[in-house]
Design a protein around this ligand. Structure first.
Ligand code: FNR
Length: 372
């Protein structure tokens, strides 16, 4: 029997060299753990065991959670960061374990903008902005306004602030390379800073970063270019988009496709992850099994003929569902979120369910006997 499509290798292209070949198409989506101990952005034992379990569990690529490019960029005070040397060393340990398991190591670099400094998404915490009198900080964003109701108003970034954000992304990417990561995913989704600039719902600027689509997409292109300048040409670069705001007049699938095409054709991006939402609490999102897969399929079809790979995400929970997405060409890979929290060995179980022979199962060698 031929291999299931989900368990055939995939290569993410890079500007130079053969690109990054990943052993299978089951990726782990980035997921904040809110598990930093001293609010210093450093990975802890929790991150090592969490990401390590996923690496042992058969996935092809494990993407580390949204990691702040500066202290102010973090979604919550308990998020990871990559703004100093100690963090590089701690991330390097995680990456080394991934590589020992034959797993590709990715990291999502982000700036939360006006959605920064929020309480951890854990039981027992309130929602909303953590004030500076606690562990929080004043937020910056696309405009002098709250991004969503219930959040503290951000201060709109001036040109110097924008330049600093772009430089922070590049510096963090340089550190990600030194930590050994194979691929960086720039977080342009879920209502965080880059998405705040993309979307007409939040971008009310009247300068060169607001108004026309060319202006609203400028910051993403500047960040991608700055990262691409320091991120090795032999390594692939990805972007995660909210393909649509699910709101009339918001950022939408057509705009995503236009920007993605430009990033792939002219800015050295080769992997797009197709998520959605994050900027409107009132949006009517048709949540259900694979609900964002059509967004990935649209993007993939619009990028046909390019070297880009597109991954689908969102309530992909079952091996056959994932196999169908890949084998029918709706996406080149799937990103698994909550199902991987429920079962860090989701990919190895999926391989078994799809009939992959025991000796081909991508799980950790030490778990070999689990197949009998
Ligand atoms: C997330 N998600 C997320 N997305 C992202 O781009 N960066 C992140 O750091 C996080 N953090 C995060 C934490 C937790 C606990 C969850 C459950 C989710 C969103 C995640 O990557 C994914 O897009 C969604 O969970 C939808 O996929 P699933 O969970 O339905 O497979």
């Amino acid at each position: 029997m031929s291999s299931p499509a989900l368990f055939t290798p995939i290569t993410l292209a890079a500007p130079e060299g053969p690109g990054l070949t990943i052993r299978n198409r089951a990726f782990v989506a980035p997921m904040c753990q809110y598990a930093v101990g001293e609010l210093d952005g450093l990975p802890t034992d929790w991150h090592r065991q969490h990401l390590g379990s996923l690496a042992a569990g058969g996935f092809g690529l494990v993407v580390t959670e949204a990691t702040g490019v500066s202290p102010q960029a973090r979604i919550s005070p308990r998020d990871l960061g990559l703004w100093n040397e100690a963090q590089v060393q701690a991330h390097a340990r995680i990456v080394a374990f991934h590589h020992a398991q034959g797993v590709a190591a990715g990291i999502q670099l982000g700036h939360a903008g006006g959605k920064a400094s929020t309480y951890p998404g854990l039981p027992g915490f309130p929602t909303g902005t953590v004030p500076p009198t606690e562990e929080g900080w004043p937020t910056v964003g696309v405009a002098d306004a709250p991004v969503l109701p219930g959040l503290a108003p951000a201060r709109g970034l001036d040109q110097a602030g924008i330049d600093a954000v772009v430089a922070d992304f590049a510096d963090a990417a340089r550190r990600a390379d030194r930590a050994g990561y194979d691929v960086v995913q720039i977080h342009a989704a879920h209502g965080y800073l880059l998405h705040q600039f993309l979307s007409p719902l939040t971008n009310t600027r009247t300068d060169g970063y607001g108004g026309s689509e060319a202006n609203r997409t400028r910051l993403v292109r500047e960040v991608v270019d700055a990262v691409r300048r320091v991120w090795p040409a032999a390594k692939p670069l990805g972007v995660r988009f909210s393909v649509t705001d699910w709101v009339p007049g918001g950022w939408d699938a057509s705009a995503t496709s236009r920007l993605a095409h430009d990033l792939v054709d002219h800015h050295g991006v080769s992997w797009l992850d197709a998520s959605s939402g994050g900027l409107s609490s009132g949006a009517a999102i048709p949540v259900g099994p694979g609900y964002q897969v059509p967004l990935a399929a649209r993007l993939r079809s619009d990028l046909a003929g390019t070297s880009a790979a597109v991954s689908a995400v969102g309530l992909v929970v079952d091996a056959r569902q994932a196999e169908t997405i890949v084998v029918t060409g709706q996406a080149d890979a799937v990103s698994i979120g909550r199902a991987a929290l429920r079962d860090p060995h989701w990919a190895s179980a999926a391989a078994r369910a799809l009939g992959v022979a025991s000796q081909e199962n991508p799980q950790a060698a030490s778990y070999w006997r689990s197949g009998f």
